[in-house]
Design a protein around this ligand. Structure first.
Ligand SMILES: Cc1cc2nc3c(=O)[nH]c(=O)nc-3n(C[C@H](O)[C@H](O)[C@H](O)COP(=O)(O)OP(=O)(O)OC[C@H]3O[C@@H](n4cnc5c(N)ncnc54)[C@H](O)[C@@H]3O)c2cc1C
Length: 416
């Protein structure tokens, strides 16, 4: 079914009886060309681009829970392409371009809103670092503006400019950054993939990998064995667990990241702001709630809920940036499991097992990467060579000393 304004009008006038399910809830077949493990944003996007760009439709997405129940439905919805390093910036800008055309492409309203992302700076050194980042972005043809304090004040008059411990001096602004309705991304990709023949199989956990003679032949699942020529793991926070089924250890730690929503209020935050003197970021949803978050909980965990010390830390960051926040009530908080890589950058690569592929290590920035990650993973699966913008996301980069360490914090997942 094609969605359009005319369709809404017609259904409204005829009792809304014509809507069909958004995607088919498929039963597993005995074998597939490609099995994608994990029905998050990245897994569903991979299935979608496999079908639409590479013409491969004998594909199953196996999801242990339900579509949208993982990080794709738990994140704070921020998209941006304000990276600096050569291995990263072209990839994230490719993603941004796919976001810009996504709703027309998959015919689904994902509420892509390019409301601007502003990274605040609070010292001369931080300004210089942001100027360098902005210049690097511009060299890749990406929009970046360095604002002074007056420029920031014009956008956000309610922040603490005058009596703060770390007064705001200015910010690096990417106008094309913004937010996207996160679970609609999962639903849109699921719908697009399903209507082209991809089987989306929920409540189907992969519990084992069938490997013989160094080649993958299929997977064991909670709904029985399924054969496949290629198996593509795409399970975000569960990466280490799933790849250990194939005997692999990854340079990844799993941590919880929490998010918070306040009671609804009148529009006061037009875009997305990140605080430069602490780990805190803030936007306002279309329903009026302030959506914010900060640091990961600093211990390894597979629990999808965090602890009070980080809640206190995040709220302190918010209060020092914008003291009036202290009057708002937090109405919801939740957690998701982050696959923190040791240099803060992801992997999209083949593995030592023929036919087994890995996509993960997205840390807390993988939502914005969803379209490019799916596209590049589909390219790798179809062609057995990396897409031009994802050549650096290799599993052996630590052995080669070719880390993509954007912030220079190395093996400290709580710092990137
Ligand atoms: C609180 C929070 C805020 C965030 N904010 C942002 C942000 O603002 N911007 C940004 O860019 N990124 C953000 N992120 C990061 C982003 O959400 C993730 O990097 C990204 O969603 C991960 O990819 P995914 O969507 O495929 O993951 P998921 O949705 O987690 O998908 C993985 C799926 O694999 C399934 N799975 C696991 N094991 C198995 C198995 N054995 N068999 C079958 N299925 C399995 C899981 O059930 C899950 O559905 C945030 C994350 C969190 C938690």
């Amino acid at each position: 079914m094609r969605y359009s304004a005319l369709r809404i009008l017609w259904e409204g006038l005829t009792g809304n009886k014509g809507w069909t399910p958004t995607w088919r809830d498929a039963e597993p077949k005995a074998d597939y060309d490609v099995i994608i493990v994990g029905g998050g944003g990245h897994g569903l996007a991979t299935a979608y681009y496999l079908a639409t760009v590479y013409g491969i439709t004998n594909v199953a997405v196996l999801e242990k829970g339900w579509i949208g129940g993982g990080n794709v439905g738990r994140n704070t919805t921020i998209i941006r392409s304000n990276y600096m390093l050569p291995g990263n910036e072209p990839f994230y800008e490719f993603s941004m371009k796919l976001w810009e055309n996504l709703e027309q492409d998959f015919n689904y309203n994902a509420m892509v809103s390019q409301r601007g992302v502003l990274n605040l700076y609070h010292s001369d050194a931080q300004r210089d670092a942001y100027a360098r980042r902005g210049n690097a972005m511009r060299m890749y043809g990406v929009d970046a503006d360095l604002l002074d304090q007056d420029g920031v004040r014009a956008l956000y008059p309610g922040l603490n400019y005058d009596d703060a411990r770390f007064p705001i001096q200015g910010g690096l602004y990417q106008r094309r950054g913004g937010t996207v309705r996160h679970d609609a991304v999962a639903w849109g990709y699921a719908r697009g993939a399903s209507e082209r023949g991809v089987d989306i199989i929920q409540n189907c956990e992969v519990t084992g990998m069938d490997i013989s003679g160094g080649r993958i032949t299929g997977v064991q699942t909670s709904r029985g064995p399924i054969r496949a020529r290629k198996v593509a793991a795409c399970v975000a926070g569960s990466s280490s667990k799933v790849m250990s089924l194939a005997g692999m250890r990854l340079p990844i730690e799993s941590h919880v990241l929490q998010a918070f929503v306040s009671e609804a209020m009148k529009p006061i935050i037009p875009g997305v702001i990140t605080y430069g003197a602490g780990h805190f970021y803030l936007s306002q949803s279309d329903k009026g709630g302030l959506v914010f978050g900060g640091d990961i909980d600093g211990y390894n965990s597979y629990a999808q809920r965090g602890n009070l010390p980080v809640i206190e830390d995040v709220c302190e960051g918010g209060m020092s940036l914008m003291p009036s926040l202290g009057r708002a009530k937090v109405v919801r908080s939740w957690g998701g499991i982050m696959d923190m890589s040791m240099d803060g950058s992801p992997f999209i690569d083949q593995t030592g097992v023929d036919g087994l592929y890995f996509n993960g290590g997205w840390c807390y920035g993988g939502f914005k990467a969803t379209p490019a990650s799916g596209y590049c993973y589909a390219h790798l699966l179809a062609r057995d060579e990396p897409h031009a913008v994802a050549t650096e996301y290799r599993l052996d980069r630590f052995q080669r000393g070719a880390m993509i360490d954007e912030k220079g914090v190395g093996a400290q997942p709580n710092l990137h």
